[in-house]
Design a protein around this ligand. Sequence first.
Ligand SMILES: [Zn+2]
Length: 228
Amino acid sequence: MKDNILFITPHPDDMALTSSGTAFILKENFNIIVVCMTKGQKYSPNLPADISMDKRAAIRENEELTANSMLNATTIFFDAMDGEVYADRASCEKMAQIICNYQPKAVFAPWPVDWHPDHRATSNIAQRAHLLAESDAAFYYYEESGSTNFHPDITVDITAVFADKMRMVSAHQTQPLQQRLNDWTHVRCRIRGAEVAVPYAESFKRYRPLIAGQSDFLLTELAKITAK
Ligand SMILES: [Zn+2]
């Protein structure tokens, strides 16, 4: 029986863009659970402008399920409205219940300094829920498309799974794909890779600094998988 790792993502496609390479490596030893806060029902530049919000939600939900199936992931839709994610008590308690239900070994959430209010709120919900759930899961921030002031603590070489990540991003056909694939996936992963002299990488921040005697969950688990 594999342990769970939880990825909390504001919109369909955010997880694919930001942290899916690392998830492709972790799925070797863990079940991947994706909590998608919204169905992105207000943004789909590749669909007709007059499409209904319900129809757009259904299409993007399907894209997210298709993408996450590549990770054999369980997908939970949190059912917040696109553009209206707030870190209110009800949302934090609802997320805490999800953390209690799945007892993850690690939680990944967006870095909180971000121009997109949904990304900021999702980050705050995740952090508060982790506390409310009294979870001992390792907690990591991933770098979002709108992140600023992000200075990595940990960088993961995703070169071996970069093509899988590209396939996952490509599943989000309603989105501006060239920008997503080139500007975000390719350039961002090249930049993070160049910092540590590998072709492609993703970077993360720890919730808290390590202290003497502690080891980092992510680095420890990745080392076990790589050694197989
Ligand atoms: Zn987003």
